[in-house]
Ligand binder design. Structure first.
Ligand code: NAP
Length: 280
């Protein structure tokens, strides 16, 4: 029996939960594969990717700071990766070319809607941050019927620029944080990397409509500063991105193995691990 090799490249990568998640998916579905994590800084990406696929690698996930490089490297792109200008999943094709995809958006959508019952249709959504993750989530949110999306960013020009790029898909506008004063939203999504350093973007206090939910794409062993802010300001739900991580991995697994793993038990296991402070 051939054991296929998959991996995640990123920098840093030591604390990645992807090897554990894919091991659990492989056990659950009986798929013969291994999944490893490699620390690959940007300057080493081209060599590392060539070596990985020459040595028989079948598929690769790319995380910070490599998603844009992966987008440039892929020979072909799915429409959602083309839109996002960021690739987190590379798949070796029969003709030895690499197909680039972006599973972050569908991962977030599945966690919000299937796992937490959060509505997207007719909702007014605020996205904080204008980086690669934001690019990956705008189109699926609009596809699911969001009324409008406001992107707020520390560097407002980047928010304006992304908003313009997605305007053909729906009502998307960009701004800086001061322009959020007197605006109200049903769903707040923190797609900044501020949480990774315990920071919080400068948010006005009255951003949330009744029953609003808040979602931080980042995840940690403890609630993030954004989740704390959300609870203090009356959010119905304040979630982090652990479920999204498992869901985007499930979509990559499906692309590679044509089998959709079940995610609920895997997410429950990850949550249990962090409750008990077990590093993965
Ligand atoms: P990125 O491209 O580097 O963009 C980072 C964004 O955060 C930029 O808009 C930046 O603003 C903003 N920012 C950074 N520090 C800030 C601060 N202290 N205050 C306000 N804004 C700040 O990163 P990314 O790839 O989009 O990732 C964003 C976050 O999503 C990360 O935490 C990442 O781990 C998470 N993520 C999670 C998943 C998952 O599966 N759960 C998937 C993808 C991403 P400027 O433009 O002004 O610099």
């Amino acid at each position: 029996m051939t054991i296929d090799h998959y991996a995640v490249f990123g920098h840093p990568i030591k604390h990645s939960k992807s090897p554990l998640i894919h091991r659990l998916f492989a056990e659950q579905t009986g798929q013969p594969l291994i999944y490893t994590a490699e620390d690959v800084p940007q300057q080493a990406f081209a060599m590392a990717i060539e070596r990985f696929f020459l040595n028989g690698g079948r598929g690769l996930n790319c995380t910070l700071p490599l998603k844009e490089l992966a987008w440039q490297t892929a020979s072909h792109l799915t429409p959602r990766a083309q839109r996002a200008k960021a690739v987190n999943t590379l798949t070796l094709q029969a003709d030895n070319t690499l197909l680039g995809d972006n599973t972050d958006g569908i991962g977030l959508l599945n966690d919000l809607t299937h796992n937490h019952g959060i509505a997207i249709k007719n909702q007014r959504i605020l996205i904080l941050g204008a980086g690669g993750a934001t690019r990956g989530i705008i189109a699926p949110l609009l596809d699911h019927g969001a009324t409008n999306i406001v992107i707020a960013n520390r560097t407002p020009e980047k928010a304006h620029f992304i908003a313009q790029e997605f305007q053909d898909l729906g009502d998307v506008t960009g701004c800086g944080y001061p322009a959020l004063e007197n605006q109200r939203f049903d769903l707040l999504i923190n797609a900044t990397s501020a949480s990774l350093s315990g920071d919080l973007p400068p948010l006005p206090p009255k951003l949330l409509r009744d029953n609003a939910s808040c979602y931080d794409l980042a995840y940690a062993d403890r609630p993030t500063a954004f989740m704390d802010w959300s609870h203090r300001h009356g959010a119905r739900l304040a979630l982090d991105g652990l479920g999204m991580l498992a869901e985007q991995a499930a979509e990559a697994f499906y692309i590679w193995r044509n089998i959709r793993p079940e995610t609920a038990t895997v997410i429950a296991y990850l949550n249990q691990q962090r409750q008990h402070g077990i590093p993965s």
